[in-house]
Design a protein around this ligand. Structure first.
Ligand code: M6R
Length: 613
């Protein structure tokens, strides 16, 4: 979590670049904000608890002069959100400033050593220790860079850091391990940042740094080194140049484009993102490679966190019902449960929008150590998952800024459904021409999702859930997975306790909570007509029941007591149901959050990319 940026320019004041970068990085954390600018009189720092916009206007950041600087937006780990714990942090003499994204595991040991050596540590953060550590190492080093390298090699845990020092006012040092960091290569300037949107207004030429890389940028130079067991190795200029990628998407994709929130923009973008996933992958040979791996593997394990895990659940459904392959879903943070049973011959499908989620990466590492091969499904080219997996495949959904995953969920389902169909050809369940028919049927998904968004925007009222603090969101079969994702959306942005379990379980306990008016929503998918019984049992006990279903799906028995919401038809094709039903719940959660006065782009206590344990 946390967003960092560091910029140095030859001829312009960089404060506006840092301001914009902070706005773009705010999705990574919004507990506090800070800026350091290296000017004539040394390094000046401004920092405060609160959000980016208030900070920028309170300190008139855009008008601060200086050509080198840092910015930070925080998701608190060590120490509560307050002015003192806000980054940047400085050494004892105020000559070094540091911003950091990550968590230092050896925080306590480092703090004890530094205090014994007389450093005065003013915050509760692990980050401040880095500034003091560099200051300390300067006594044993012939250059600032040497001190920086010595300090970095003493850090354990995860970090992406950017550092400025008063004696070299045109340079930003950087290092990364397990937290993302990119370099934006500009004309007359260079920048480091946690993510591409932070620099996209200014440059589309990007280098994605690898784990263990460190170095510096000046306005006209990028120097990258690798910290290996054999020592420091410089990455050649040719290699750096060959790693520069040109980002196709631009400013518009990373801005709200007239929508009040990124979340709404991204919900509405789904016809395009789903189409892009489909068209961008349908003929990609990597899908065939993955399919043959899955068909011939001993076991298939599917892992991810949050929304990505829910997409993974739909994958287990499609793999079983289209390709005839059993797979084991496991929440990434619970990977230890399976670890002992995983070995060579097994394939792990790890799903992560960001490709940087700590839990998912740890699961990948653990399973790889056991000899399993890993397929990484991600939206971010160059992300840690894409580099650590044996095979990477991309969602191509475009950047998702809203903390609540929306368009990437439907894109994940699209990509995983394509993989399931190709796997069916390998397992012999579908012949060549049948595969073509199945794949072609998915081309309808963007239209279904568009229609579903249109209907949902129209029919869902602002306060669907009224004053209720709890709701059940239920489904059966595939619908149980759609419902799980729906409940997560409602919880995380509307702060309503929405619980989801397979609808057949009601009678085994949860139905005890039902009283007059308790909201129960059903995501009725075309594979599970038995859901009618579950709808009736809830309605009979006075629940306020809403059944969301494709309009051409006729439930076997009409349930008069339940309100039915008709979503676009899916012709009984279970592959298309998620596109008909998902937008309804995304929009319900969005409207509910806004009507209750919450900002859906910045749900409390959350951040977009969860890079901590
Ligand atoms: O980047 P990832 O897909 O790995 O993220 C996983 C979860 O952190 C993420 O889906 C989270 O649950 C979102 N807040 C859901 O909206």
């Amino acid at each position: 979590m946390c967003g960092i940026i560091g910029v140095c320019s030859i001829d312009r004041n960089i404060a506006p670049m840092i301001s914009l970068g902070l706005r773009r990085l705010e999705y990574r954390g919004y507990d506090s904000v800070g800026v350091a600018i290296v000017g004539e009189g040394g390094i000046q720092v401004w920092k405060a608890k609160g959000d980016v916009d208030s900070f920028l206007s309170r300190f008139k950041v855009d008008s601060i002069a200086g050509r080198t600087g840092l910015g930070h937006t925080r998701w608190a780990t060590h120490g509560p959100p307050n002015d003192v714990n806000a980054h940047p942090h400085m050494d004892c003499r105020g000559k070094i400033a540091v911003v950091h994204n990550g968590v230092l595991r050896n925080f306590v040991a480092l703090k004890n050593i530094l205090e014994l050596r007389g450093h005065s540590i003013v915050s509760e953060t692990d980050t401040e220790l880095i500034a003091h550590l560099i200051e300390d190492e300067k006594h044993f080093s012939s250059s600032f860079f040497e001190a920086f390298v010595r300090a970095v090699s003493r850090l354990e845990g995860s970090y992406a850091i950017a550092v400025v020092n008063e004696d070299e006012p045109h340079r930003v040092y950087f290092a990364r391990v397990k937290s993302p960091l990119i370099i934006g290569v500009g004309n007359g300037f260079n920048a480091v940042a946690s993510d591409i949107p932070a620099v996209i207004e200014y440059t589309r030429r990007i280098i994605v740094l690898d784990d263990g890389e460190l170095g510096w940028i000046t306005p006209g130079e990028v120097k990258v080194f690798k910290l290996t067991d054999e020592g420091l190795m410089e990455v050649s200029r040719e290699e750096i140049l060959s790693r520069v990628v040109f980002i196709e998407w631009g400013v518009e994709a990373a801005s709200k484009h007239g929508y009040p929130h990124f979340m709404l923009k991204e919900i509405v973008e789904q016809p395009d993102s789903v189409r892009s996933t489909y068209e961008g992958n349908v003929s990609d040979p990597v899908l065939e490679t993955i399919a043959s791996l899955l068909a011939s593997s001993d076991n298939i394990i599917v892992t991810g966190a949050g929304t990505s895990y829910h997409a993974g659940l739909t994958f287990t459904y499609y793999l079983a019902n289209i390709a005839g392959r059993h797979s084991i879903p496991i929440i990434a943070s619970e990977h230890r449960i399976l670890e002992g049973a995983v070995g060579r011959g097994d394939v792990v499908v790890a799903i992560s929008q960001s490709g940087e989620t700590f839990d998912t990466l740890e699961a990948v590492r653990a399973f790889r150590r056991r000899g399993a091969r890993v397929v990484g499904v991600t939206n971010v080219v160059g992300s840690a998952l894409s580099r650590e997996a044996d095979i990477a495949v991309y969602m191509r959904a475009g950047p998702e800024i809203g903390v609540a995953a929306t368009k990437t969920f439907t894109s994940q389902i699209m990509l995983l459904t394509l993989i399931s169909i190709y796997t069916a050809r390998e397992t012999g369940l579908l012949g060549g021409s049948e595969v073509k028919v199945e794949v072609a049927s998915l081309a309808e998904a963007p239209n279904i999702v568009r229609e579903s968004i249109g209907r949902s925007l129209e029919i869902i009222s602002d306060r669907e859930l009224g004053e209720h603090r709890s709701a059940y969101i239920l489904g059966r079969g595939l619908g149980a997975h759609v419902a799980k994702e729906a409940a997560l959306k409602i919880k995380e942005i509307a702060y309503v306790h929405a619980e989801s379990y397979p609808a057949g379980e009601s009678k085994h306990g949860p139905i005890a909570l039902i009283d007059e008016g308790f909201p129960v929503y059903f995501a009725a998918t075309t594979d599970s007509p038995e859901i009618t019984g579950n709808i009736m049992e809830m309605a009979a006990r006075g629940a306020r029941v809403v059944v969301v279903k494709p309009e051409d799906y006729k439930l076997p028995v009409g349930v008069k007591e339940a309100k039915t919401v008709e979503m676009p038809p899916t012709r009984g094709d279970i592959k298309l149901d998620p596109y008909a039903l998902t937008p309804y719940f995304q929009i319900l959660a969005y409207k509910e959050a806004v009507a209750r006065g919450y900002n859906p782009d910045k749900p409390r206590n959350l951040a977009k990319t969860v890079t901590v344990e």
